[in-house]
Design a protein around this ligand. Sequence first.
Ligand code: BGC
Ligand code: BGC
Length: 592
Amino acid sequence: MEAILKTSISTITEKAIALVQQMTLDEKIGQMTQVEKNSLTPEDVRTYFIGSVLSGGGGNPTPNTINDWREMVEAFKASARQTRLGIPLIYGVDAVHGHNNVYGATIFPHNIGLGAAGDPELVKQIGRATAVEVAATGVRWNFAPAVSVPQDIRWGRTYEGYSEQTDLVNLMGAAYVEGLQGDLSAPTGVLASVKHYVGDGGTAWNSVSTYDWISMDLWNNLGNFPKWTLDQGQTIGDDAILRKRHLPPYRSAIEAGALNIMASYSSFEGEKCHASRYLLSEVLKEELQFEGFVVSDWMALDQLDRDFAQAVATSINAGMDMIMVPFDFKRFIDTTRQLVADGHIPISRIDDAVKRILIAKLALDLWNESADKPAFFDEVGSNSHRQLAREAVQKSQVLLKNNGVLPLSPGTSSILCAGQGLDDIGYQCGGWTIEWQGKTGPITLGTTILDGIKNHAQGMVERFDMDSSGSNFDVGLVAVAEIPYAEGEGDTDNLNLNEDQIKLIQEVRARVDKLVLLIISGRPLIITEVIDDCDAVVACWLPGSEGDAVADNLFGVTPYSGKLSYTWPAAMTDIANPQGAALFPVGHGLSG
Ligand code: BGC
Ligand code: BGC
């Protein structure tokens, strides 16, 4: 596989070099420019030779249909075909657990669940199914997989990581790249973006900088940036730790054929990754022999320096190839042109960056892409993809505790169900679903956990209601859920169940013979206070659109086989503490 890839890369490289030689400086800078879709028109693509457009989290067309997605993407691509050299545009999205911005797409469990499933073949198939759904909308680039190795579950991106252990991340990340990319030159080949290079999962609490020259409202439209405490911070440890813990998944992904890597907002040894010649050029391109291109993260260059020109020069000279500007692309283009004219960025560096971008575009064979609706257009949200998602949900469930109550007999005469996570698709899906931050409610098509319970149970199933519920139920099922979040918005030093959740558990406990606690969350929560009240506890993670599959395990239709890929702490003080106690260690997971 690797050998075949190497030979085809060398022919492609020759073509890329030949193309670079025909390009003007403006055409080259255009290739290096990636713009957020609401910040330009298709016409701008032609005028400025824009190489890439993206949809950020929630960057959906209105209405959010598969057809509108395709039309939106095709309009940008069509404009690129009309440029002098006709170099195709590449459109990128965050399809981090299925094509998650698209209404009606199949939403797979977030990576923390896939780490618990521990099945690389399954992850590869999920990568393939995701690629088909992404390509159906005309998109050929996915900002996934995250190969973060999260060391502190207070981090809001914990669920994007497969495991706190490097070896598992290695296996899963490479499997996803293989599945997503498939045969890259085929119409369903989708370029992976392995992220965030490097050390994003290893930052220290309260090590996040703020930037008085950046308008935070513009940056993430939430204006909450200063409260972020781990995301985008300083990675703990020296070069040896970085190489042992955080770097290996990149080596594996490159061996699996990765041709794009996204830089991390975080800093290593006091230097921003986006500014590090050591990390981007020496380690990645020279040592690991990465032949693809590096893309910057959303507005990350702005953080490097108050003086934008200084920021651009530093990053491109360090080895950045494409810039996710994402808003003011004219400023980026003008700045870069001037930096080249003044000799602050050597033209050889520009040529190298463009060559690398073209290598990926040639590998995808974008020149021969058809603008027509593909045969696989109807695969978005198809039954076979949903079936695969169900399998992933079943395999990802971790049975933390069981006093013999699970599996439930279908003949259980009465079940009392409680908790919002039980019948809310938004909670099940978590962040990066329809909206950047995710959203509660029936945000997309799918089934809920309660649907599954009703399918399997033959006896009475009652939804808990404080006023009307009777007592003496055989079984109580309580689902506690984290409210959806993404990135630093999910950074928190409080992973305890809240008062309402504890009260709900107690109310239901008083009415049932056996109590089962279901935890719908992007990371372990502190359950020490309630665990003795529960006869069984299941970590469901963020299962995605096929929530009913959670009930397949509850009723023993499919067995529990998931194992923790993160330590489950006993108390908040145990987190990121080498001496901390674990309620359950990595690898824990009962079968049944
Ligand atoms: C975008 C996200 C992006 C974020 C920056 C949001 O407005 O929708 O895609 O990641 O800003 O962190
Ligand atoms: C995130 C990336 C994401 C990008 C585009 C950034 O804020 O860190 O993971 O790919 O936005 O949405």
